[in-house]
Design a protein around this ligand. Structure first.
Ligand SMILES: Nc1ncnc2c1ncn2[C@@H]1O[C@H](COP(=O)(O)OP(=O)(O)OP(=O)(O)O)[C@@H](O)[C@H]1O
Ligand SMILES: [Mg+2]
Length: 370
């Protein structure tokens, strides 16, 4: 006590009463910790404003009550409060982390330290109890865990899509090619042996060949949507250029892709996440925007990567945010969050939609480039 007080108050001589008073002021000034005393039986004998803030009891409500009121029914049934006091008595100190209950019945996640206080003869005077509300830290940890799990789920999904795309290409794709070659042989034989005597048969064979071509094109498109080979082969910049060109051709909406970044060596997760954001944004433009023009811009500045997709369509509807089963924008935001970035969506009536994503380069480049 005296050692502490000299450190706290410097060399000035202060009476024990003054020191006690100043300690009281100090403890009352603490807002972020519940600091209070218990008598040897565990009844509350003092209460600071931090405790009132954390637990919701005014001093008059709680002083004199047993501290087990802060514990859940399960903890009380398991005799936890008494066990903590016994441990503090035996070892001088007991620490615990767990749910605690406020006056209004709500729970918070707390770190609790109980320290036994003795007089100069070693007799137990009671306990000092310090409780810290860790709900926010726990919430952040849970969020981090959820983001981590979501990253694993995304990666597993991308890997699965990659596998299906490869199967489609290598298995079904090869079979279609073989079918087309067999049909071409039949066509040649028909021309050689039957000549113009069977025009109906020849026409059917040619129609079949055209249908097989259509099938092969659909197969390539589906496989490319699942996993664009250009992304793996040539990187994000080329993939975005390819995607905007294909978009323009498919939907007749003029589309421009602008890359203002030195060749980026992106890690796999970043490449596919940014690619999927643009893919979903363009799909939304095709489905909802009635736009004449859309632009996609990828740039880097101040150790950040910026991605912007802007259209000149009708803009977001008045009843935005949308119904519960719309996942496109939510998915975009999650992907950008996975990369440690932020995504914003802007729109004013008649002014189209602008999607802006910003991610730190350190999170998206392969390690030796970051
Ligand atoms: N570019 C856009 N122009 C106009 N409205 C848009 C645009 N992008 C999104 N919206 C509006 O925002 C809503 C939500 O988009 P979101 O992509 O989340 O869902 P969705 O496209 O309706 O369904 P999905 O889950 O299949 O993507 C859309 O229903 C649409 O009303
Ligand atoms: Mg959508």
């Amino acid at each position: 006590m005296l050692q502490c007080s000299s450190a706290l108050y410097g060399s000035r001589n202060l009476s024990d009463i003054e020191i006690g008073h100043r300690y009281r002021l100090l403890i009352d000034a603490v807002q972020d910790y519940a600091i209070f005393m218990l008598d040897p039986a565990g009844n509350v004998t003092s209460w600071n404003p931090g405790a009132e803030r954390a637990k919701g009891y005014a001093p008059d409500d709680i002083v004199g009550q047993h501290f087990s009121v802060f514990y859940s029914d399960e903890d009380v049934a398991a005799n936890k409060p008494a066990q903590l006091l016994a441990a503090a008595t035996l070892q001088g100190r007991a620490e615990d982390e767990g749910w605690r209950v406020r006056k209004d019945g709500s729970r918070f996640w707390a770190n609790v330290v109980i320290t036994a206080v003795h007089d100069e003869n070693g007799a137990l005077l009671g306990f000092a109890k310090i409780t810290r509300d860790l709900s926010e830290r726990r919430r952040l940890e849970e969020l981090e865990r959820a983001v981590g799990t979501s990253s694993l789920v995304q990666q597993a999904r991308e890997n699965e899509q990659k596998r299906i795309a490869r199967e489609l290409h290598d298995d079904l794709g090869q079979q279609i090619t073989a079918l087309k070659m067999t049909l071409a042989l039949h066509e040649t034989e028909l021309v050689q042996h039957v000549g113009t005597d069977a025009p109906g048969a020849l026409r059917s064979v040619r129609e079949l060949a055209a249908q097989i071509d259509t099938m092969a094109a659909s197969l390539r498109r589906i496989a490319a949507d699942l996993r664009p080979p250009v992304l793996d082969d040539l990187g994000l910049e080329a993939a975005l250029e390819w995607m905007t060109e294909a978009f323009e051709q498919r939907y007749g909406v003029s589309a421009r892709c602008e890359i203002q970044a030195d060749a980026l060596r992106l890690n796999d997760l970043a490449a596919i996440c940014l690619y999927r954001v643009v893919q979903e944004a363009l799909t939304n433009v095709a489905r909802h925007a009635h736009a004449n023009h859309v632009s996609v811009r990828l740039s880097t500045e101040n150790r950040q990567c910026h991605l912007r997709i802007r259209d000149d369509g009708v803009g977001l509807p008045e009843d935005f945010p949308p119904r519960g089963d719309a996942f496109g924008l939510v998915g975009m935001r999650e992907r950008i969050l996975l990369l440690g970035g932020v995504l914003s969506v802007e729109s004013s009536p008649g002014n189209g939609v602008t999607i802006d994503a910003q991610v730190p380069l350190s999170r998206i480049l392969v390690k030796d480039q970051a």
